[in-house]
Design a protein around this ligand. Structure first.
Ligand SMILES: [Zn+2]
Length: 436
């Protein structure tokens, strides 16, 4: 941590803006209608002012200058395997790097999240800045990164080794620019973002290790320059259908678990779901049975349902559970209740839904920082670490870390670093703009 730190115009402009606009409008009914618009305009202006701050400028220069080092870090971290539920080796490296960069109170929580604090002038607002450690790739996957021209190729190189590298670059640039923020930034390399990891890192962070201490949240995930402000929630089930089973000829006349499951799938397939917000369902995997000439004793299916609207997701979930029950009842009735079938639906994944509205200060700040840096507006919905804070009503967004990525979640994942420094710079400026 550097000795000398420059204060960054903490809390100055929003107050000034609000006063100015309010005074100008304090007559007629317009003062009832316009102030919200002006508040947004003020936020829109401020990041441009921020870019003119000498400390911020120095940090931005450092971020650009050090981009090749950032890419090296991205490759090095990516070559440390971090399969689902086994992020600890990569986590230890992040813990070491957090310490090396001068973060305070560096620790690993019970879930495996690596946490380090860069204190500001005050403890609050406390901005959590995160990137996820885990990948979708199982143990034993070859994670060696190969260079194809300028393009980096390796599983996880974009999702989310890019985010981890950007996070470290942001800390380094803040130090290089001697930037002092009014609020505090808590950096987190988190576990369990992908698949059946089920956001367990975020759940642990918000429900346990930093419960009640987080005011704002930003995570860097993947590539490009998008901003995710809608958190698509999901419920995932594994449903197991069971019966006594028997010989296909000799025991004919018994209820059949696979046929019961077929009835359930047919009902699910007929669901009508809202187009807005997009609400979806999918039977993704099925299995069961032992032989073509045996009535199976077991069958199973895995089902995924998603929506950014908690009420739509709940309604779909209710319909799904009713459909499974109904299918079992129909199957048993069809065969006069001989060898009746049962079904048990196990909830194997819950990603809470939520959103940070477009007109919220955090999204507006992200948009105006992007605009000031000539980055096109690209608002998205998705399922990311931000789902958890969004669901709790804590201002949260997920931004992409720059560069150009293809093939995420596949062994052919690639990262083209052309102008990737822009992603690093934007993440940096946003961290500064939000830590106030
Ligand atoms: Zn990711």
């Amino acid at each position: 941590m550097p000795e000398k730190r420059w204060p960054v115009a903490g809390g100055r402009w929003p107050v000034k803006c609000a006063t100015r606009s309010y005074r100008a409008l304090a007559s007629g009914i317009w003062h009832l209608i316009l102030p919200p618009l002006f508040a947004v305009a003020c936020l829109a202006q401020s990041p441009a002012e921020l870019l003119n701050n000498p400390a911020v400028g120095a940090a931005m220069e450092a971020a650009k200058r050090n981009e090749s080092k950032t890419l090296e870090t991205q490759v090095r971290l990516c070559e440390i395997p971090a399969p689902p539920f086994h992020e600890e080796v990569r986590g230890r490296e992040l813990q070491r790097l957090f310490g090396e960069l001068g973060l305070k109170d560096v620790r690993t929580d019970r879930a495996g999240n690596v946490i380090g604090v860069r204190p500001g002038r005050a403890a609050h607002p406390n901005l959590v800045f995160s990137a996820h450690l885990d990948t979708v790739f199982p143990e034993g996957t070859d994670v060696k990164v190969k260079l194809d021209g300028e393009v980096l190729k390796g599983p996880g190189i974009g999702d989310d080794c890019r985010g981890l590298a950007v996070m470290l670059a942001v800390i380094g640039a803040l130090n290089d620019g001697h930037v002092e923020t009014p609020g505090t930034i808590t950096f987190v390399a988190d576990v369990g973002e992908e698949g059946l990891g089920d956001l367990r890192g975020m759940k642990s962070l918000f429900y346990e290790s930093l419960k009640g201490q987080i005011d704002k949240f930003i995570s860097v995930d993947g590539t490009g320059l998008g901003i995710t402000h809608i958190g698509v929630g999901s419920n995932r089930y594994r449903v197991t259908f069971k019966g006594p089973g028997g010989h296909s000829f000799g025991a004919f006349g018994m209820a059949n678990p696979i046929q019961a499951m077929g009835r359930a799938i047919a009902k699910i397939d007929a669901f009508e779901v809202p187009k807005q917000p997009k609400t979806t369902f999918n039977v993704g995997r099925v299995g069961g049975g032992t032989s073509v000439n045996a009535i199976p004793f077991e069958a199973w299916m895995e089902v995924d349902m998603r929506s950014s609207d908690p009420a739509s997701l709940k309604a779909l979930d209710d319909k799904f559970n009713a459909a499974v029950k109904q299918a079992v009842a129909e199957e048993n009735q069809r065969w006069g209740n001989r060898g009746p079938v049962t079904a048990a639906a196990e909830l194997v994944g819950v990603r809470p839904a939520g959103q940070t509205p477009k007109n919220s200060p955090i999204v507006q700040t992200a948009l105006s920082v992007s605009r000031a840096m000539q980055i096109e507006e690209a608002l998205r919905e998705g399922s990311t670490d931000s789902n958890v804070p969004m669901n709790l009503g804590i201002p949260a967004i997920t931004i992409s870390g720059g560069g150009n990525g293809t093939g995420a979640h596949s062994l052919n994942e690639a990262f083209d670093p052309k102008d990737s420094w822009r992603g690093t710079q934007r993440a940096l400026v946003l961290a500064i703009a939000l830590a106030r």
